[in-house]
Design a protein around this ligand. Structure first.
Ligand code: PGA
Length: 250
């Protein structure tokens, strides 16, 4: 089984000036899991607080979204190239909050993934079903459609992270069972091999996200094939996030 070792903090629209340096300094003192790769995704203006002196840090930088165009008349948007120039190595794409609140559909998500890869960023693609879709047995269809549509042009991609985040579990305290998450990992892998993306050979990570906490991480780590977690609210507390990273991994 692949070791659980990638932990992504999604701060969403939280955090203020000065928080990035404080968080990274605090986290580095608390981390005992030497295998951990950590990515912090703060709001755009805070990306500049991650200076190049952090290059040797265990904590890498990621953004929460990017535009698919290189530049242009897109008020409020940020290009992948600009993110890369601010030391970002990762970018979250297709988070359910963007799919629903910003009407992001598969075609846009596909273009964003390509733009991120072209800029040298590792895309963190979020996929997940709603409660109604799970209740009506549509999980396989929803997940495979989302993965296939987003990565249709990425058969040669070297490094990608796919985060399974059921919409009904984000911020609700509810999580799927170990068996349900493992089933989705299998669906993701099947969708990747349909696209010619070989999960064994490349740096492909499948993560789980949705109400991950220091209370449930030990149980969630039992999922076969999972290589880490995307953490929202619990990543706002450096001690809780460190506990998640340090928890004995399955
Ligand atoms: P949560 O958010 O951990 O607060 O549920 C996860 C996410 O939306 O990435």
């Amino acid at each position: 089984m692949k070791k659980t070792n990638l932990f992504i903090a999604n701060w969403k629209m939280n955090g203020s000036r000065g928080d990035v340096a404080k968080f990274i300094d605090g986290l580095e003192k608390l981390i005992t899991n030497s295998q951990a790769e950590i990515v912090l995704c703060p709001p755009f203006p805070l990306l500049s607080e991650y200076s190049s002196r952090r290059k040797k840090s265990k904590v890498k930088l990621g953004a929460q979204d990017c535009h698919y165009a290189k530049n242009g008349a897109y008020t409020g948007d940020v290009s992948a190239d600009l993110l890369a120039s601010f030391e970002s190595s990762y970018v979250i794409i297709g988070h359910s909050e963007r799919r629903t609140m910003h009407n992001e559909h598969s075609e846009i998500i596909n273009k964003k993934v390509s733009a991120a890869s072209a800029a040298g960023l590792t895309p963190i693609l979020c996929v997940g079903e709603t409660y109604n879709q799970r209740e009506s047995n549509q999980v396989r269809e929803v997940i495979s459609n989302q993965v296939r549509a987003a990565l249709a042009s990425e058969s040669k991609c070297e490094h990608i992270v796919i985060a399974y985040e059921p919409v009904w579990s984000i911020g609700t305290g509810k999580t799927p069972t170990v068996k349900e998450i493992a089933e989705v990992c299998t669906i993701v892998k099947e969708s990747l091999s349909y696209l010619g993306i070989e999960t064994g050979k490349k740096k492909i990570h499948i993560l789980y996200g949705g109400s991950v906490s220091d209370d449930n991480v030990a149980e969630l780590s039992k999922v076969e094939g999972l290589s880490g977690f995307l953490v929202g609210s619990a990543s706002l507390d450096v001690k809780k996030f460190a506990n998640i990273i340090n928890a004995k991994q399955g």
